[in-house]
Write a protein that binds this ligand. Structure first.
Ligand SMILES: [Zn+2]
Length: 105
């Protein structure tokens, strides 16, 4: 699955408990169609006490969410937008904002 969102992009969350939030993409998972977004979809992991770590703790960390639940925020018009693609004279594909037609890459 090819994702229209890349690491370092800013995205708006469209669904779930963090709906309406914006965050930076930390990682993408093209195979599962998921993205990891900074400070979004935080889950609590309870760690069991171990020999090295006798205290059980609750670790908060972001969990990946489906790319269909996020929308890319265009750096040009600063709004969530659909992404198109275009090719330049050299045949290199780049992403463009459907609102302002500005190249995103
Ligand atoms: Zn734009």
């Amino acid at each position: 699955m090819k994702l229209k969102v890349k690491k370092g992009d800013t995205v708006r969350i469209l669904a779930g408990k963090d709906k309406g939030k914006q965050g930076k993409v930390l990682q993408t998972f093209p195979k599962s169609g998921r993205v990891l977004v900074e400070d979004v979809n935080i889950i609590q992991r309870h760690t069991r006490p171990t020999q090295e770590n006798p205290q059980s703790r609750i670790v908060k960390k972001p969990a990946p969410l489906a790319v269909s639940n996020v929308m890319l925020v265009c750096p040009g018009c600063n709004l969530p937008t659909r992404v198109g693609s275009s090719r330049d004279a050299q045949g290199t594909a780049s992403r463009v904002c459907r609102r302002c037609e500005r190249s995103i890459d």
